[in-house]
Write a protein that binds this ligand. Structure first.
Ligand code: M6R
Length: 363
């Protein structure tokens, strides 16, 4: 049932091209737009504010969705972890759209946050991978990810599928609201449709470089992750993957915040994973890499194909070029694989890490 792979997690990492392809398939038939018949155009046209609630990896997908929705559709978005949202007497009500992202559709905190929002008059949309799950019953509408069943406790293919749904939502919203011209929408739809191919090509190329980096650092006891803009949630997700399956302490920070504290953690040994793919903020990211380098710490950078970051990175993990907003779908993959290799080198059970459950139905 592992299809020739040594673990479910590795199999699921390799199913990510399909997870994205299935999720966008019939929703990207028009060259210049997205169809999401699950969502009423009237609802989308009227939305003034969006709040995303989720836990763990699903929360990171929400963070990426925030950048895309705000940039393309110019609708303000808040993202909150469900267990915080539900206990802060949130200001939410009619006119708000609350999106609950939960691959299982059964995470108790996320369900409670969605219910609270609905009681207060918000319209609630569920983004889930499981047909008929509780989230679909608690929501006004559901947009499914189509990643197929995920068995590994560490979310991988469901994450890229969630991120793809957030892009679809953002593009649909932008079309309904008229905030992106036809040309830009066409470009984004074209780029999104190419992502499954890009993921496939990247995985086919093999993991030699990642294996080397893993071998060099697997015995370290701390990793710092840095990113800006959509690179930040990618860093957060990379850090979560590493801590949950390898039990190595990690911290993930907005690169611009490094000077405000975490820089004190750096010494000669510290591996610092930097998401440094092409984007309008790359120059800023590079100066953060320099700050790391002068402290003698070790920069492992995720970079776009063809970019030359020279000596700024000790090790570079290359991902294909795409639109900068869509980059998380590619940039997260080397970080999943790095966490995976490190956990395996430490001899751990990656499919069932200690203390963790696939679905968290308690508080
Ligand atoms: O089923 P959900 O998406 O609601 O699950 C949320 C989290 O429990 C989940 O993403 C968790 O953080 C994973 N173990 C991450 O790999």
């Amino acid at each position: 049932e592992k299809g020739g792979f040594e673990t479910f997690m590795l199999k699921e990492i390799h199913e990510q091209a399909d997870a994205v392809a299935e999720t966008i398939a019939d929703r990207t038939v028009r060259p210049d737009g997205v169809d999401l018949p699950e969502l009423d155009d009237e609802l989308l046209r009227g939305v003034k504010r969006i709040i995303v609630v989720a836990c763990g990896t699903s929360y990171h997908a929400g963070l990426i969705g925030r950048y895309a929705i705000e940039e393309w559709a110019r609708v303000p978005v808040e993202t909150d972890v469900a267990s915080e949202f539900r206990y802060r007497n949130p200001v939410v009500g009619p006119g708000d759209v609350v999106i609950g992202i939960t691959q299982s559709g059964e995470t108790l905190d996320t369900l409670a946050a969605m219910r609270l929002a609905r009681e207060r008059g918000a319209t609630v949309i569920a983004v889930t991978n499981i047909m008929g799950s509780q989230a679909t019953r608690d929501a006004d509408a559901t947009v499914y990810t189509r990643a197929g069943l995920e068995i590994g406790v560490a979310a991988t293919k469901t994450f890229v599928a969630q991120v793809a749904v957030m892009y679809l939502l953002a593009l649909r919203l932008a079309e309904v609201k008229g905030t992106l011209d036809d040309e830009r929408r066409t470009e984004l739809v074209t780029r999104l449709k190419r992502i499954p191919h890009d993921i496939g090509a990247m995985l086919e190329r093999g993991t030699e470089k990642i294996d080397l980096v893993a071998e060099r650092h697997y015995a370290k006891d701390f990793f710092l992750y840095l990113g800006r803009h959509v690179g930040l949630p990618v860093g957060l997700e990379g850090a979560l993957k590493l801590k949950e399956i390898s039990y190595i302490a990690t911290d993930a920070y907005a690169a611009g915040e490094m000077k405000h504290g975490p820089i004190a953690l750096l010494d000669q040994d510290t591996p610092v994973v930097v998401v440094a793919t092409d984007s309008p903020v790359l120059e800023k990211v590079i100066s953060n890499m320099q700050e790391v380098r002068v402290r003698g710490a070790h920069v492992i950078a995720v970079v776009s194909e063809g970019a030359d970051l020279g000596e700024h990175a000790a090790e570079a993990l290359v991902v294909p070029q795409t639109d900068w907003m869509l980059q998380p779908l590619l940039a997260v993959i080397p970080l999943q694989l790095l966490a995976y290799r490190i956990a395996r080198l430490r001899g751990l059970n990656v499919d069932q890490p200690r203390n963790l459950a696939k679905t968290v139905t308690v508080e």
